[in-house]
Design a protein. Structure first.
Length: 254
């Protein structure tokens, strides 16, 4: 999991250098596909879930502006100045999934847009900082909800973090709203994602006719950050960090 997590994070680091007005979301998908292939891996999203009437058709998710998650890359979707885009990658290497995402700002953006993106990252950071043996899943949701709603944002309820390893989505479900002390207890070795989706407006969202793309009901902007983590004997380890990256686990919210 550390190996695939580091590779997934490295993919996003490389994608970050590509983001600029004029880039297509299809070009991002092509890059992720090629880099994953060269590493000897496969793309978890492609064809997921097996046997579905509507499997996901691309190698990664690219969710732009009011798209909350599961945006489908397209060679005709051109990024524009001021857009925000979440890129979500899940390569599989030696049978293990590395799941991580980041929201990027395309060029320059209004201060309130940058505030949304910064607050979404902080929501994820605060949520991860709650994880330790003996704690509960609800500790994550309570911390994220309290911070994000305190900043005036909506926290998406319909989609959540999830257990991950040799399977893509499994228990436990990591809601990004909740109450401290509720839910499954953390034990060393549990591995899951924390991936809050934070809206500038209403928290509610809906799925479009392609069976995948999720958008905000009020067309407000939405941002997301995601890391895969594992519970250790005395805390938590973030598995989806690129070479040289660090992660602040302090509990002091900004």
């Amino acid at each position: 999991m550390r190996v695939v997590g580091r590779f997934a994070a490295g993919l996003l680091r490389q994608v970050s250098k590509m983001i600029e007005p004029g880039l297509t979301t299809g070009a991002i998908d092509d890059f992720v596909a090629e880099e994953t292939r060269k590493r000897g891996g496969i793309s978890g999203p492609l064809g997921y879930p097996k046997g579905s009437a509507h499997p996901f058709p691309k190698h990664c998710c690219t969710s732009v502006n009011h798209v909350v998650c599961h945006g489908i890359p397209s060679p005709t979707h051109v990024l524009r100045e001021g857009d925000i885009i979440n890129v979500d990658v899940t390569p599989i290497i030696d049978g293990y999934h590395g799941d991580t995402s980041r929201t990027f700002i395309v060029g320059e953006a209004d201060p309130e847009v940058r505030r949304l993106v910064d607050d979404t990252y902080e929501s994820m950071r605060i949520g991860i900082a709650q994880v330790k043996p003996g704690g509960h899943v609800g500790d994550i949701g309570e911390a994220i909800q309290r911070f994000a709603e305190g900043r005036g944002h909506g926290v998406v309820r319909q989609f959540a973090g999830h257990g991950i390893g040799q399977i893509f989505h499994g228990p436990p479900t990591i809601s990004h709203v909740g109450r401290r002390g509720d839910g499954e207890r953390f034990v060393p070795g549990m591995t899951f994602t924390v991936e809050p989706m934070i809206n500038m407006g209403d928290w509610r969202c809906q799925i479009l006719g392609d069976h995948w793309t999720v958008v905000t009901v009020d067309h407000s902007l939405s941002a997301q950050f995601e890391h895969t983590v594992t519970v250790t004997e005395d805390g938590v380890e973030v598995l989806t960090l690129a070479e040289g990256d660090t992660f602040d686990l302090s509990l002091d919210a900004s």
